[in-house]
Design a protein around this ligand. Structure first.
Ligand code: FRU
Length: 480
């Protein structure tokens, strides 16, 4: 397989390794995406900030590396952070990792630039370990998010408490250079993982929203938490005078935090506000638990599709950015009713497609039970030889399974995942967006999103839809 066969409308690492999105922002008429980057290997190494720009969030132009780990305050790595615009300058805030004795400590640093070149402040770190006025582990203090309210800049960053659990520390400043610790905004005592990573804060539809990525979460189906690393959101009120954030109980799962994406490959998301006021999120489309990069690739790491966030009846929804919807208008369209009387429905050359199937939920389950069969509708993407990945919807369980076990680099224990779907009122709508090495599934207009990556060894893709039982499924597909 050629190394140059890459995702078409998802950002992927030009060479070497990529993890978290960083500094996702709009500056000087372009969208900017920075990312955790190690250019010399397809594995994690000393972190740089890679950089790309785009006019439409889909076609990205690679820019030169913005930050190298080459200063006394960051020579062990430039870890994750965010960006804002101030007085016509692009301000990056990131975590500088440096040695103190034989341990690596983490502190917050600033670099200022014009969209191409960035220079670090000589007064870095601007938020030092000694600025944190509670007991914590200096080895884990990272991932600053910065925003401005009135004349005040706020910054949140995660810290590890002495009991190894995570918390979000809040700081404020009037000049970006001098920062005061204000409070612990929220924390876990084990009920929401151990250490936390990559906090974000923004306002959406009048609500305060915090996004964060907790590590070492215990699986809990009721709370829709997965084992290991999760990315969740909380809503609540940020009180900027008393420096507190009180999380609401989320209606989706009756807990203070709710999963953002139930797939295997989604972590460390970050948001930005576009000039037209949309809240747009992008995430790393991979998981620390599942390294599936093929050995012959000279790049590792993809980002999700940028997604607009919005609330409907107090539940958070995600949909692909509207730039994507305009792009696919140019693609080849087919629609109709798929009946399983035909042995299967097959399409060639499907490396990039957008397929929606609609099921009359109540009727189709009843029909299947009457026929006494396993009511599964499956979608298989194969490389024309022997490898394939499948997404199957089980109507009696109302569950969706992604399975990449039939690929060479399948992530071992992480090679499949099943999620239970919320009972739809009437219709169930599944939208599958595939781009070369990934399928993002948007369920019922994005109340649940299920993001999974895979590596098929050939460039071709054959799509096959099958149903075990007699069924009528309305479908609509566009293929690039
Ligand atoms: C999250 C993370 C961040 C850290 C970065 C290092 O994936 O662990 O907390 O800043 O990656 O690359």
């Amino acid at each position: 397989m050629s190394n140059n066969f890459k995702p078409v409308f998802h950002f992927s690492c030009p060479i070497g390794w990529m993890n978290d999105p960083n500094g996702f922002s709009f500056f000087d008429n372009s969208f900017h995406l920075f990312y955790q980057h190690y250019p010399k290997d397809t594995k994690w190494g000393p972190m740089h900030w890679g950089h790309a720009t785009s006019k439409n969030l889909l076609n990205w132009q690679n820019e030169k590396i913005a930050l190298y780990p080459d200063s006394p305050f960051d020579n062990e790595g430039c870890f994750s952070g965010t960006a804002i615009e101030e007085n016509g300058k692009h301000i990056l805030i990131y975590t500088g990792v440096s040695k103190e004795g034989d341990v690596n400590i983490q502190q917050q640093c600033i670099a200022i630039g014009d969209g191409k070149n960035y220079s670090k402040l000589s007064s870095n770190p601007v938020i030092k370990s000694s600025d944190v006025k509670v007991d914590f582990c200096k080895t884990d203090f990272r991932d600053p998010k910065i925003w401005k309210e009135g004349e005040i800049y706020f910054c949140i960053a995660v810290i590890k408490k002495p009991d190894d659990n995570g918390a979000i520390a809040l700081f404020s400043s009037t000049d970006l250079r001098n920062w005061q610790f204000k409070n612990i905004l929220c924390e876990t005592n084990g009920e929401l993982g151990g250490m936390w990573e990559c906090p974000d804060y923004f306002k959406l539809d009048g609500k305060g929203v915090i996004i964060l990525s907790p590590q070492n979460v215990r699986k809990d189906l009721q709370k829709r938490l997965k084992q290991g690393n999760n990315s969740v959101y909380m809503t609540g009120n940020f009180d900027k005078l008393n420096y507190t954030f009180t999380p609401d109980l989320r209606p989706e799962n009756n807990f203070k935090a709710c999963q953002i994406d139930d797939g295997i490959d989604f972590y460390a998301p970050q948001t930005m506000e576009s000039p037209d006021g949309r809240r747009i999120m992008i995430g790393w489309m991979q998981a620390w638990e599942s390294y599936i990069t093929p050995k012959n690739h000279n790049w590792s790491g993809m980002m999700t599709l940028p997604r607009e966030l919005f609330f409907v009846e107090n539940c958070l929804y995600q949909r692909p950015v509207r730039e994507y919807e305009s792009m696919i208008k140019e693609w080849k369209k087919q629609e109709g009713i798929f009946t399983s009387d035909k042995s299967s429905f097959e399409l060639e050359n499907c490396a990039q497609f957008d397929l929606t199937i609609e099921l009359d939920f109540v009727n189709s389950v009843a029909q299947a039970t009457k026929q006494g069969k396993n009511p599964v509708i499956s979608l298989t993407l194969s490389d024309g030889k022997k490898d394939s990945v499948a997404l199957s919807y089980n109507q009696s369980e109302n569950s969706l399974t992604f399975d990449r076990s039939n690929t060479i680099d399948n992530g071992g224990a992480c090679n499949n995942r099943t999620i239970k779907l919320p009972e739809p009122k009437d219709k169930l709508k599944l939208r599958f967006i595939a781009d070369t090495y990934s399928i993002e599934t948007f369920i019922n207009d994005g109340i649940i999103v299920f993001t999974n990556a895979f590596f098929l060894t050939e460039d071709t893709r054959k799509l096959c839809i099958k149903s075990e039982v007699k069924t009528n499924v309305k479908y609509k597909i566009v293929i690039k």
